[in-house]
Design a protein around this ligand. Structure first.
Ligand code: BG6
Ligand code: MG
Length: 223
């Protein structure tokens, strides 16, 4: 049996841009320069760690209370964006792959750093596809630690070597590789150079390839 594990933000839905808008808003308020390139380092990274990085960028040291207030402010801003989400924000051809795997009864899990993963899946109508949800509330060690994916494999009852991970963040690819899973990068090949395979998005992935993955013996070596 093979297991398929999907990251959420930037893989299933285009929420990476909303995270960026919310961090940018806070960064502007604090007078810290923050670009889309800086946002690359925030992908796959926990909310708390993102704020730590932002404050390091601005050379700011703050009290725990202030830190928690900014953390809450960023999330409230982000929640405003996701409150308006619907199925139209599912990334292209994601349903094609999820429906195929579902029709074959292949176990599927979500492996995300986000604490907002469940409500987002509900809003876009994809919650029922997943046999297990491992989100930011379930892990103690963030990507690139493999914990999130190892818990997902365990819940799916599939050995890690028989799992495939779809990820848009370098930290997530590193986590999948550390878990001995096949890592499929979704995004730019230069950013995701450590992935076993990289596709720009799911429109580049055909169902024959997915079928091959469901039959793979073990994680193949990089060609
Ligand atoms: C990850 C995103 O999926 O979730 C990160 O790639 C984000 O950018 C992290 O910081 C935590 O998300 P949330 O929703 O718990 O703030
Ligand atoms: Mg992501």
């Amino acid at each position: 049996m093979r297991g398929f594990i999907f990251d959420l933000d930037g893989v299933i839905v285009d929420t990476a841009k909303y995270h960026y808008f919310a961090w940018k808003h806070l960064a502007d308020e604090l007078g810290i320069s923050f670009t889309e390139k800086d946002n690359e380092n925030f992908k796959g990274v926990s909310r708390k760690r993102c704020l730590e990085i932002l404050l390091e960028m601005g050379n700011k040291e703050v009290s725990t209370e202030q830190f928690d207030r900014w953390l809450a402010e960023k999330n409230e801003d982000y929640l405003q964006y996701i409150s308006k989400m619907n199925a139209s924000e599912i990334l292209p051809d994601v349903p094609k792959v999820l429906n195929y795997l579902k029709s074959k009864n292949i176990p599927m899990a979500l492996g995300s750093a986000s604490k907002n993963a469940r409500p987002i899946l509900e809003k876009v109508g994809l919650l029922s596809y997943f046999d297990a949800i491992v989100d930011g509330t379930a892990v103690t060690r963030a990507k690139p630690d493999p914990e999130v994916f190892l818990i997902a494999a365990d819940l799916l009852n599939v050995v890690p070597e028989h799992c495939v991970v779809f990820e848009d963040a370098l930290a997530g690819i590193e986590a999948a590789n550390a878990a001995c899973m096949l890592s499929i990068g979704i995004g730019e090949a230069e950013v995701l150079s450590e992935a076993d395979r990289v596709f720009r998005d799911f429109t580049e992935i055909d169902l024959d390839f997915i079928e091959q993955l469901t039959q793979m013996e073990h994680k193949p070596r990089k060609s």
